[in-house]
Write a protein that binds this ligand. Sequence first.
Ligand code: SF4
Ligand code: SF4
Length: 378
Amino acid sequence: MDSHAALFELGQKRLAELRKTKPLREGSFQKKLEKNGITRRDFMIWSATITSLLALPLPFSTMVAEAAELSDRVPLIWLSLAECTGCSESLVRSTTPDISALLFEHVSLEYQEVLMAAAGDQAEENLDNAMKAYKGKYLLAAEGAVPTANNGTFLTLGSQAETGLSLIKRVAADAAAVICVGTCSSYGGVQAARPNPTGAKSVGAVIDRPVINVAGCPPNPANITGTLMYYIMFGRLPALDMFNRPKWAYGARVHDNCERRGHFDAGEFVTEFGDDNAKKGYCLFKMGCKGPYTYNNCPTERFNAHTSWPVLAGHGCIGCSEPDFWDDMADFEKPLSRQPVHGLDATADTIGAVILGVTAVGIGAHAVSSIFAKKVEE
Ligand code: SF4
Ligand code: SF4
């Protein structure tokens, strides 16, 4: 892993290179901010927030600010495969993101089915032209799973009825890097849930190159923006975990940063939605919360301008950023009475068990037995 000094140097070199290239969009980022009533101060606060999200020290925030300004030098192609468009919505409707949404407009978005004005043959022409003009330089974001059964014919796109399978292979081949946005492109998502009649797979499973998985259903818009900013700043992918997720976003268990964790440790649980314990904000483990098996920054980043997240709102985490969570984490409103098959859960349990073992004093025996002895009370 690079030291911060080495990373800083890498970022400076990358920005110097970007400065030498021509903008692919008209109008400076600064002007866009001003037009939308965003002050320089707001922008610097946003840069500092993204810096901290990326787990970088504060001196990097000026680099984040400049990278945002230079983002119009980076061509981005966004493909929609077998998906519900929730991941695009998550970013476009994001609110912290007043600035992040503007960044998404400023980056040279060459092809995005939800946002682009072009349609039909013209849209396909735009895609082909962008691929030719920026061969080897464009960033590819992929949303949705890839149906592979029957040669991929469960998903066809455009007037030539190209399969999603053929399209993703073709576009990924000449991309500088591939970002899978959301759990469907990262692991197959609901499309790949049993019995998976379309043979849906993750993007990483059908192309022959490394991907970065920004998992979640949908992923937090901050994690999409942060990944984009990291690539613009350093021209490469960040450190990834064993499921190719950026460590800065998916390095901690939901359970470990949850505001209800004290109640878990004290053995205080909600046993019915709306009961007195629910009103007191007790732990949702017995209502099926999968926070102990799930790695994501939801409790710290939250959604909707940092106002809330599912567990704070009163429902357990369903494990949406883990591989095969539709099969592996169901029933969503009941605790697991077995080890989940996938995910870092086994490690989490082991680590959790060790930590809990060491700090057993003060931890409710009930809570410990709930998870680790797998005897969950109905
Ligand atoms: S089990 Fe869920 S609600 Fe309880 S502390 Fe863990 S993440 Fe929070
Ligand atoms: S709380 Fe859990 S289910 Fe909800 S978004 Fe976060 S990781 Fe996904």
